[in-house]
Design a protein around this ligand. Sequence first.
Ligand SMILES: [Zn+2]
Length: 585
Amino acid sequence: MPATPLAAANPAAAAAVALLALEQELVPPDVAYQAISEHPDDPVGALTTANTGQSAATSRARLYAAIADSLGLPYVDLSAGNVAPDIDLVQRVGADTLTEYVAVPARVDGTVQLAAGTPSAPAIGELAEQADHATVALADPAAILAALRRIERTAVVDATVDSTDEEQQASARRRRAAAPTIALDEASNLGWVRDVLNRAIDQRASDVHLSLTSDNHLRVAYRVDGELRPQIVTDVDPVRAINTMVTAAGMDIGAQGVPQSTSFRHTTVDGRRYNVRAELLPTVNEAEVTLRLLASGGLMTLDQMGLLPAYVKRLRRATERSDGLILVTGPTGHGKTTTLYGALMEVRDGRRKIVAIEDPVEYRIDGITQVEVAPNREGGLGWLQVISSALRSDPDIMLIGEIRDAATAHAAVQASQTGHLVLATLHANNAVAAYARLAALGVDPADVAAQTVLVTGQRLLPKLHSCATHRPVSDRDRLRLVASGIEPPDLVHYPAGCDACDGQGTRGRVPLVEMLSPDQTLRDAVAAGADEGALTRLLSDRNFLSFADEARRLLDQGLAAPPDIAARLREDVVNLAAETAEGER
Ligand SMILES: [Zn+2]
């Protein structure tokens, strides 16, 4: 095997790398010379951080691809969509060993490759054998280490293998082979549950799903920034694991054939407190457990939500009113309730009584009377029942978790007509569509026109991390954007991935919001029964910033990537149609 060009302080190797960088036109000759003479130990780093006018992530990838080519090795881009580190193989070989030799087994279009930072190191061949006789390939060492850290953080059960002791490692492998499932130790049951929760919190996950795969392994999926990150855990008895979670959550282990829900508290080692809401769902394939993690005091204020300052101001002004209807539309899981609570937190000064009705109550907040609706639970209260008893308790402000049918729609509008400020969420594709939705639910358009003071449409998109690359929009994305009604810019940002964002390229979420403050002309049109198309045309003459306008701003500011914007705007239309049909049944 040829000598690695990455060997430390090897001037010849550094020069080879510099030549490749020149061939790839990544750097001008003077920069290449300076980089390798000053940093012979890290030529790639020096060359790609040199000011080249290109993003470092792109040039790193190109340089490594060129190095791989010159070595006659395949190159693996660990951030590519068709590449995924193989968690089972990482656990089998040992994360510590792999970290030491900077290598990670990955599936590339289904075949296993051992992505290595120094493919010529003697141990790499042996590791490749252990990893299902993988082909050795070159990858960016920084990306390999980031992938391993990510796996280590997410794996529920660590491979407890001493990385330096080959013999011990082999015997650990034999033990695991002899006993493919390790039963959870009685004494450590609760520890296992705590471990699952702590890992979820470390990853900033909002939910954890535990289920069985068809070949009887435990599937643990963490929802981070709205996306599920599933993994298969082979080292625990899956049924035992789910039973343990059921027991720990205080649910009835003998009644796994019926849906159950409970909540319990969890405190992390460093003292952060969480409410955990557990749901058990009987499925054809054993029970499934979902955990939702709610940080105590974890609600965002309006200022922390990433809304335009002008929108924050309009929300604040709307909540100062003594009556009227404030609506937030959007699909499930897009932060509608969070926005309304953000607004409520600012008005809970004790001078006005606030009642919030939800199914279920997601955050517990001092200063707000919270009532839980549970229409499907035995002895649970229905929406109308709760709304009317809440109205008798003399509230000034009422939050109705969701206007889901004709009865709740009427109740919400009526409450807003009788001296209450009502905040509610509604399934509708955008702000304007809220009017059509309420009309479809049988509410008199004149009442809606008179009562509505603010309508917000809201989506959440994966937020690009600062490592994003700025480059020409692809032809495909150009089409996607046009199809979503967005005029595509020439240059856009695409996710890259770095250590700080766990190689994901995105971190957190960014709201895509349109906010409609109806004026008299719009009210008149709504009262006269104008349809969505007519209202949209009316708004286009005004200073209304639609989803498309806002999406363009997010693109221009590098906050979201074109595929995410286009996909969310389209997918949601489909999901929404399904959810709406569900609600009306
Ligand atoms: Zn990043």
